[in-house]
Design a protein around this ligand. Structure first.
Ligand code: EPZ
Length: 420
């Protein structure tokens, strides 16, 4: 196990280039089995979740090679259509393999996905969509078996614009003999990236990024090469770090309109943000202004994945802010840890009321999931004294070289390997 130790108080200066997007590359890795050939994926971040996905691909019979941020997958000799629970359980996005396996093999045998504990995370929208597409799913003893001789193209209305369900419908229906239409589809940039990747191997999908996606089924796919979009939540993380720690940083290799909602809130806090074509420069405010009310919403609204970050920033604002978490029911685990650091936060159901304090104080805290872990590191940068963050494995799921990057910007931060 390892911990991250931070001595707070250093402002951040310099430049950071943002990694490829975890939530774009994970469905793309699942999709790579569809063409039964070669997929070359550039700007692939080196993350634990990517390595687990590669373990799944190799379990299925694919050959993989990872070099200088490029992952090459050859799925031509794939034979397997089942994924053991110990692999499924380590990743939320493992559920996406069902759509890709059904497309390639006509069947999948998996189990309920794992991933960050953000409260109840059902997959009913996925399974209902599969049933409409003519996929027979049976669940027993924790396993889910999906079988489809062929896909029945149809119109699917999603009761909630679920990212994963949208992705699973795209993956399973892009090989068919008709048109499937998703209404109330998720509009996240990662959906647009999946459409781009699938079309690069011969699929015919349009509309990603809007709430109606049309998948015109095809019968043949071919080798492909694709570059993954930058990670918008990692970009937001470094922005939040500058606002609380102080300083001025250029954040490069971003797509600014993917983080419009977060940029708007950073400006409302008093930060100066200068946006260029594929970068921005953020300068910390002399003091943090409170943001009265923040609602997490499906894209392009304020992202739930940045909720823990904005709670950290608001903990140090000069006034009171309210956050309403509308996407996940259990996504306030970081609040208890921030309170241990001296924050003044009340939680009631979906609402968090944050009364800003003058400073936070370093202590030992625990990451409970990926984004709460990142938020605790950000809080530690602005805290008096020393903070030790444990369960760093959560942070490693989504952040490549997190502490090295912050150290290069001037933070007093290090990773310490502990003997268990
Ligand atoms: C994706 O999760 C992301 N993960 C999450 O990022 C992100 O927070 C989430 O989308 C929302 O943007 C990946 O892409 C790997 P959803 P996903 O299906 O697909 C409910 C991170 O930190 N729901 O859009 O699981 C669900 O319970 C991670 O990088 C159902 O009720 O999200 C939740 O309340 C965390 N039934 C809401 O919809 C279903 O069948 C959003 O879920 C599916 C979802």
């Amino acid at each position: 196990m390892s911990v991250i130790r931070v001595r707070g108080g250093n402002p951040l200066y310099g430049r950071v280039s943002v990694q490829g997007a975890k939530n774009a590359v994970l469905p793309i890795l699942a999709a790579s089995i569809i063409n039964g050939g070669k997929s070359v994926i550039h700007n692939c971040p080196d993350l634990t979740d990517v390595r687990i996905s590669v373990d799944i691909l190799e379990h299925l019979g694919c050959r993989t090679q990872y070099e200088n941020g490029t992952l090459t997958i050859d799925s031509s000799e794939m034979t397997e259509c089942s994924i053991p629970h110990e692999l499924m359980n380590r990743l939320r996005s493992s559920v996406i393999f069902n759509g890709a396996l059904i497309n390639r093999m006509g069947r999948s045998c998996t189990s309920y996905p794992g991933g960050c504990n953000l409260g109840h995370r059902p997959i009913d929208l996925h399974l209902n969509a599969f049933s409409k597409l003519g996929i027979i799913t049976t669940e027993e003893h924790g396993s889910i078996t999906c079988v489809a001789d062929s896909i029945t193209p149809c119109r699917i209305f999603l009761g909630f614009p679920s990212v994963g369900a949208t992705e699973n419908i795209m993956l399973s229906s892009c090989r068919s003999n008709g048109v499937t239409r998703i209404v109330n589809a998720a509009r996240e940039p990662e959906i647009v990236d999946l459409q781009g990747f699938l079309n690069s191997m011969g699929a015919n999908i349009t509309g990603a990024g809007t709430d109606v996606i049309e998948i015109r089924g095809v019968s043949k796919f071919h080798d492909c090469e694709y570059s993954v979009i930058p990670d918008r939540i990692v970009a937001a993380t470094y922005m939040a770090a500058v606002v609380v720690a102080g300083g001025r940083v250029e954040i490069a290799n971003i797509i600014p309109n993917h983080i419009s909602a977060f940029i708007a809130v950073m400006r409302e806090c008093g930060a100066s943000v200068t946006v260029r074509d594929n970068s921005l420069v953020i300068t910390a405010p002399t003091y943090i202004r409170p943001v009265r009310m923040i609602n997490t919403l499906p894209y392009p609204g304020f992202p739930t994945d940045a909720q823990s970050l904005i709670m950290t920033v608001m903990s140090l604002a000069k006034g009171t802010s309210i956050i309403r978490e509308n996407i996940f029911c259990g996504r306030f685990t970081h609040a208890a840890e921030l309170i241990r650091m001296g924050a003044d936060i009340d939680i009631s159901d979906k609402m968090a009321v944050i009364r800003g304090v003058r400073s936070l104080s370093g202590c030992s805290v625990k990451a409970a999931d990926l984004r709460s872990g990142a938020a605790l590191v950000v809080a530690a940068l602005a805290s008096d004294g020393e903070t030790e963050i444990s369960n760093v494995c959560y942070i490693d799921r989504g952040y490549q070289d997190f502490e090295k990057t912050l150290s290069a910007l001037g933070a007093d931060i290090e990773r310490i390997e502990t003997v268990d």
